[in-house]
Structures are given as structure tokens and as C-alpha cells.
Design a binder for this molecule. Structure first.
Ligand code: SAH
Length: 225
């Protein structure tokens, strides 16, 4: 392919994604996402850079897509909904994310909170996510290669924790690493029955809210090179 043609194609894709991005935002709004900041960040975050080139044309559909290693980039609605739940009571400074994956949710979060601490068990996914965030000049993120069941105790406590894979039970370590008033957004369940939960560390104990059925890949055990 000649260089001019290549450029033209690039611009073409650019234009399409501009329109399809607007459509995605409209759809998220209609589906009940009401936090204007969240919508704005999703509008300006180039999701097509977080998937394989071959899938880039589908990046602004409201759907999960494969990212290799049997994992998926989360559905935009879920990214928006979980971000909105985290931020519901006001701005947050320290947020831990379990399941970096493509880094898309990480990128969205990094534009909504002061600092993001992101844990991923699959090294190659983490490396790619890191590169993307540097490319986008999102610098308030640190990454840990490790097991999300353990969280990141050395840097605890966190004002918010978001888990982007489904856990059979709420990991005790994550509860322990929540600051007072801190919020944990996590899908919980086994098999087909999974529910999104919001858990808040109250003055005494924890409050729990169940927010409906969801579908995530499982939170597995141990790091993987
Ligand atoms: N938010 C990501 C979603 C990725 S899918 C995105 O939008 O791209 C879930 C991710 O959780 C996968 O990358 C998977 O490797 C990771 N994961 C699963 N179990 C884990 C664990 N115990 N610790 C850390 N990460 C885990």
C-alpha cells in the first residue's frame, strides 16, 4: 500500500471512530450513565488503541472484545458503571485496580482519580498496557505484577478498589486494604450467576449493595509469566 493511501485510510478510520465514539457516549447516557466526567473521559479515551488492529473497527461498540491470553477488554458500559459507582460519593485520590488487562479501564480511571495502583497476573498483558499508558502520557499509574487476591498491601490503604474479574468470594485482603469510607466495586459469583457489588468500609464493619447481574472472566490464582 502506498503512503498516501495509507494516510487516507488512517484518516478514514479516524473519522469513523469520531462518529462512532459519539454514538457510544449517547448509548451509555441512554443506558443510565449520568456522571458527566465519566462520559467525557470515555469520549476522549481512544479505546481502539487498546485492542488488536484487526478489531480496531469494533472498538466503539458497547461490547467486550478479546485481548489475547483468554482475556477480554471490558465492555464500555461496565467500565463506565464501575467508575461511576466508585466516584458516587466524591473524588478519590488512591485507587487500586485488580485486573489491568488491556489497560483501558486503567486509562479511564487515571483521568478520574489522583493515582491508580494496578495489579495484573499476566506479565505480557501488563507490559502492553504499560506501553499504551505511556504513549497516552497518563503518568499517574503504577503497575504491579502479582496476584490480585492479595491486593497490594505495601501501599494500602486505598480509597477505592475496583476488580475487573469475577471472584468466587470477596477477597479478604481487599477488604483489609480499604481505607475508612473506602469503596470496593467487585463482581462476585460462580459460573453464570455473577453480581456486581459495592462494598463500603463504614465506621464499624462494611455495608454491601448488590447492583445486578454481570458477566466477567474469572479472578484466577497466582501470577503468570
Ligand atoms: N479492565 C480490563 C479487563 C481485563 S479482563 C480491560 O478492560 O482490559 C480481567 C483481567 O484480570 C485479565 O487481564 C486477567 O489476567 C486479570 N486477572 C485475573 N485474575 C487475576 C488475579 N488474581 N490477579 C490479577 N489479575 C487477574
Amino acid at each position: 500500500m502506498g503512503r498516501e493511501q495509507d494516510d487516507m485510510l488512517r484518516r478514514g478510520i479516524g473519522m469513523t471512530s469520531q462518529r462512532t465514539r459519539e454514538r457510544l457516549i449517547q448509548r451509555l447516557y441512554e443506558e443510565g450513565i449520568s456522571n458527566a466526567k465519566v462520559l467525557e473521559v470515555i469520549r476522549r479515551t481512544p479505546r481502539h488503541l487498546f485492542v488488536d488492529e484487526a478489531l480496531a473497527h469494533r472498538a466503539y461498540e458497547d461490547t467486550a472484545l478479546p485481548i489475547g491470553n483468554n482475556q477480554t477488554i471490558s465492555q464500555p458500559y461496565m467500565v463506565a458503571r464501575m467508575s461511576e459507582l466508585l466516584l458516587e460519593a466524591g473524588p478519590l485520590d488512591k485507587v487500586m485496580e485488580i485486573g489491568t488487562g488491556s489497560g483501558y479501564q486503567t486509562a479511564v480511571l487515571s483521568q478520574l482519580v489522583e493515582r491508580v495502583f494496578s495489579v495484573e497476573r499476566i506479565k505480557v498483558l501488563q507490559d502492553r498496557a504499560k506501553e499504551r499508558l505511556v504513549e497516552l502520557n497518563l503518568r499517574n499509574v503504577v503497575f504491579r505484577w502479582g496476584d490480585g487476591w492479595e491486593g497490594w498491601p505495601a501501599l494500602a490503604p486505598y480509597n477505592g478498589i475496583i476488580v475487573t474479574a469475577v471472584a468466587t468470594d470477596v477477597p479478604q485482603a481487599l477488604l483489609d486494604q480499604l481505607a475508612p469510607g473506602g469503596r470496593l466495586v467487585i463482581p462476585v459469583g460462580a459460573g453464570e450467576v455473577q453480581q456486581l457489588m459495592l462494598i463500603i468500609r463504614e465506621e464499624q464493619g462494611f455495608s454491601r449493595r448488590v447492583l445486578g447481574n454481570v458477566r466477567f472472566v474469572p479472578l484466577l490464582n497466582g501470577p503468570l509469566a
